[in-house]
Design a protein around this ligand. Structure first.
Ligand code: ZN
Length: 162
């Protein structure tokens, strides 16, 4: 079982590096990540969250098939933005609204090493942007009002210590 690292681990603030080769090791990692994500009942998980600073993440949003994004790039985001409640397997139990673009166009490579691009909105667009941020060391709580962030974290730490 591959453990998910939690808030406070400095790794979560680091930039991930490009995956040089989509090989058996990467396929095994992705498979472990799906196990970890499902165990945590999450809808997305980035490599850094399981201790691998690699530019890859997975999603499994209700009603959608499981997806793998390797070396992703967000090519375009909509001008229109919307609030949406987010959580994170690395910050269990903390949920808050985050404002982000409503739709995105993303390009990535799949597990077979084939490039693809995708324009999505709704829940999947949200999860892709959240996971993409992880690759650059950004957490969803970094995208909210700093005062609100401090308040939420105080509550979170109190809960974790309890
Ligand atoms: Zn997250």
């Amino acid at each position: 079982m591959i453990p998910i690292i939690r808030l406070g681990d400095s790794m979560l603030t680091k930039h991930s590096v490009v995956v040089p080769d989509i090989n058996g090791d990467i396929q095994a990692l992705i498979s472990d990540m799906f196990d970890a994500m499902d165990r945590g009942k999450g809808v997305g998980l980035a490599g850094v969250q399981v201790g691998h600073l690699l530019r890859l993440f997975i999603t499994r949003v209700p009603g959608d098939s499981p997806r793998v994004f390797i070396n992703p790039d967000i090519l375009e985001t909509s001008i229109e933005q919307e609030p949406f409640e987010e959580g994170c397997l690395s910050i269990p139990g903390l949920y808050t609204d985050v404002v982000r673009p409503s739709s995105v166009r993303v390009q990535a490579w799949n597990l077979k090493g084939r490039p693809f691009s995708l324009t999505v909105d709704g829940y999947l667009a949200r999860v892709i942007q959240h996971e993409f941020d992880h690759l650059n060391g950004i957490l969803f709580i970094d995208r909210i009002d700093p005062k609100k962030k401090l308040r939420l974290l105080a509550g979170y730490e109190a809960k974790v210590e309890a």
